[in-house]
Design a protein around this ligand. Structure first.
Ligand code: URP
Ligand code: ZN
Ligand code: ZN
Length: 479
């Protein structure tokens, strides 16, 4: 980080902790709609002013020289699973390690998934996840609520959650007996969001079909990790996606499909959007950069990629890129749900159905998407910002506090070097997991300095923030 003559490098860091002001000078400011060279003045936790480059009055403030770099809104990852019990174990990153890793990668807000267990009140579940995050999160965090049980009292309670800032709910069409809701309950939840302004996030896979295929594969002696993918066909995702759209259409409410992976599921979303329906979907880097071929890696290596939906055959990724370009997909989130190979993924040695579902990615999202998207000419820098920050902020009730660079917005900013190349490796990443699906991949584009609500929290690759400084994001409902 460059500093003005006469200013010690340490000034900025200490100022970062208690600063009232910071001038980010000479960067290329890129939002979802803007692209110009300018100076951003941060005062306290928010953006005070933006000046055409060189037009800032003389200001008594530390200066961060962003010449040659981009200044973009902090990334928003709307899909993470920190400290989450799953399949007899718990995801390897907690709110401290996970949010620090996120910050290193240029993400300054997450929306994580709290789980309501059967028989539990939603507020109790929300409070349990609040306890996991408080005192640990290094960046701001909100929650979606996973509903696994919807008696009338819980349906009513959805309104309270929305009023208290947990404005989205995840429902599962898979994992019968654990997480899955029946279609009638899904319809009731959708209808309720029509009244309370919440948003339903859908895990769209036909769980009953998958369960039959899994039982049959195991009975035939197929136990290797690749059978996770072979028992979750794209049609099971496309069918559930279409069913979810139909249910949302009947309830006359918007829908957000999470972790969309298959081209044919995307076709269902695109067709609905062409009919003018407010259907939204995200995809994740794993579906853009990896494929079914990864399950064919030797030995038990395929377990690294066991996630749901699974990685798809090559060719699907180009359809997803087209969807991102054409706005049939509105966001790229990570579905960060890390399990170590040792002792966690290993639980499924000899039975693929016991491999905990999920993979790490909270730290690598922005670099992967810049490299695969912008550097490779598939999306513009504006669209990159829209997909990683602005659009999730708008869909999940955080805009314009988050998701843009404008006076009054939170000073969540990333000084991003569009040219720096980095080699991704579990050894140098900060995620608390013993592998990355992208080991050895060289990507162009990396976050240099990260500012969260006016505080420098990553400087020269070092975390200089504080665990526990993150705040709960009380999100707005749809109006
Ligand atoms: O395999 C996955 N995606 N694990 C996390 C849980 C979910 O369904 O998002
Ligand atoms: Zn899911
Ligand atoms: Zn997930």
């Amino acid at each position: 980080m460059a500093v003005l003559p006469g200013q010690k490098a340490g000034d900025l860091r200490s100022a970062g902790r208690a600063v009232r002001r910071l001038l980010i000078r000479g960067g290329r400011i890129v939002t979802a709609v803007d692209d110009y060279i300018g100076d951003v003045l941060v005062e306290g936790s928010t953006i005070a002013a933006i000046f055409a480059h060189g037009q800032a009055p003389s200001i008594d403030a530390p200066v961060l020289d962003a010449t040659g770099k981009l200044v973009i809104p902090g990334g928003i990852d709307a899909h993470t699973h920190l400290d989450m019990p799953f399949g007899g174990t718990t995801s390897a990153d907690d709110f401290e390690s996970g949010t620090i890793a996120a910050a290193h990668g240029g993400t300054t807000s997450i929306v994580d998934f709290a789980i309501q267990y059967k028989g539990q009140a939603l507020r109790e579940a929300r409070d349990a996840w609040m306890k996991k995050a408080e005192g640990k999160a290094a960046i701001d965090y909100g929650f979606h609520m996973i509903i696994t049980d919807l008696p009338d009292a819980v349906e009513k309670e959805m309104d309270v959650l929305v009023q208290e800032g947990v404005t989205s709910f995840k429902l599962f069409m898979a994992y019968r007996g654990v997480l899955m809701l029946d279609d009638g309950s899904i319809l009731r939840a959708l209808l309720r969001t029509g009244e309370n302004g919440g948003t339903i996030c859908m895990h769209a896979e036909n769980g009953d079909v998958i369960d039959v295929l899994v039982r049959r594969a195991l009975a035939e002696g197929h136990t290797a990790p690749k059978w996770h993918a072979l028992t979750r066909p794209p049609r099971a995702e496309a069918e559930a996606t279409y069913r979810a759209i139909c249910l949302a259409e009947m309830a006359n409410v918007p829908l957000y499909v999470v972790h969309l992976s298959a081209a044919e599921a995307l076709e269902r979303i695109a067709e609905a959007r062409d009919r003018g329906l407010p259907m939204h979907a995200e995809t994740c880097p794993q579906y853009l950069f990896l494929s079914y071929d990864n399950y064919e890696e030797p030995g038990f290596e395929g377990a690294k990629y066991v996630m749901s939906p699974p990685l798809r055959a090559k060719g699907n990724e180009e359809a997803l890129w087209r969807g991102l370009r054409m706005n049939d997909l509105q966001a790229v989130s990570t579905d960060h749900c890390p399990f170590c190979m040792k002792e966690q993924k290993e639980l499924g040695k000899g039975d693929f159905s016991k491999i905990p579902n999920g993979a790490p990615g909270i730290e690598t999202r922005m670099s992967l998407l810049w490299d695969g998207g912008v550097v490779k000419g598939r999306i513009s820098p504006n669209r990159f910002v829209e997909l990683t920050s602005t659009s999730p902020a708008k869909i999940f009730g955080l805009f314009p506090k988050k998701g843009t660079i404008a006076p009054g917005s939170d000073a969540d900013l990333v000084v991003f070097d569009p040219n720096r190349k980095i080699r991704l490796s579990a050894k140098t990443l900060h995620q608390r997991v013993d592998y990355t699906p992208y080991e050895g991949r060289v990507v162009q584009g990396a976050a240099d300095t990260i500012i969260s609500r006016g505080e420098v929290i990553i400087e020269n690759g070092t975390f200089v923030g504080r665990a526990g400084r993150g705040s709960f994001l009380k999100r707005k409902a749809r109006t």
